[in-house]
Write a protein that binds this ligand. Sequence first.
Ligand SMILES: Nc1ncnc2c1ncn2[C@@H]1O[C@H](COP(=O)(O)OP(=O)(O)OP(=O)(O)O)[C@@H](O)[C@H]1O
Length: 307
Amino acid sequence: MTYIARTIGVSKTYEGIEVVSDVNMNIKQGEIYGFLGPNGAGKTTMMKMLTNLVKPTFGEIELFGEKLTPTSYEVLKRMGSIIEYPFFYDRLSARDNLELHCEYMGFHNKKVINDMIEKVGLKDTGKKAVRDFSLGMKQRLGIARALITTPELLILDEPINGLDPVGIKEMRDLFKRLSTEYRITLLISSHILGEIEQIADTVGVIRGGRLVEEVSMESIRGLHSEYVELQAVDIRKATYVIEHQLGLQNFKLMDEQTVRIYDKGLVPSQLTSQLIEHGVQIESIFKRSHSLEEHFLNLVKGDGDVA
Ligand SMILES: Nc1ncnc2c1ncn2[C@@H]1O[C@H](COP(=O)(O)OP(=O)(O)OP(=O)(O)O)[C@@H](O)[C@H]1O
């Protein structure tokens, strides 16, 4: 497994208060890593540490396999970020803003500007001043600016915050494109699950400065599909009926009395009538669906505002 960024036991204390505690994050090359947590959980602080804006009190950070130190300039050149709200000259156009940025950064390859403007979908804005941009357009311009040095890793703190549904959709599409077409690894923070779950490959959940979960969305989806749970006196007989009479394959014996059936095509009324017909005494039967939302809400319970 190639990790583009890792944190090893990272903590940060401000004025005697530990706001990030012993965090181990593992961001794989090429993925979209969704960093989810309520306001004040420590997302921005983590991102600032990853970009060398803030030094960890304890622990280590590895970027592109190298330990991050105060002089890791080469490593930092391989990443782009938007952590605070990006500043623009609001009387100037998107292109002029990006040109000024290149000059300021001493980056002489201005040819990339057109590519970046196109990449983030601002090609048609022409001479329009940034002050007349929507919030979504400004966010995309910020991303274009962060992409100018063609980073391999892009770190975005709450990039969807405040956008309307159209803006959110455009931003999501942009993230997917950056990931699939341009192979950029993305670390995106949010306090809203719905924003993260549709795009992320891996989700890290932070609460009160602690990373309470880091998991692939694929495994989470698998875990939280719907199932029917059956309790019966003679569970062996019940599984025989499930397998041979109803032709179902996807079930799991949980204990001496309980079986969970994951088959999507299962009709519970059919199951009960077959079981009764074959003399199986049913103790209980119910359909369960533990949604993704419930799962994450349970993880951050107590802190309130993860939606
Ligand atoms: N420079 C600082 N000095 C003191 N405390 C700080 C500083 N920066 C952040 N904190 C505190 O650290 C905690 C975590 O803040 P952080 O901004 O990392 O959280 P967050 O998850 O990004 O939340 P939000 O989405 O509200 O920005 C908060 O309690 C915050 O008040």
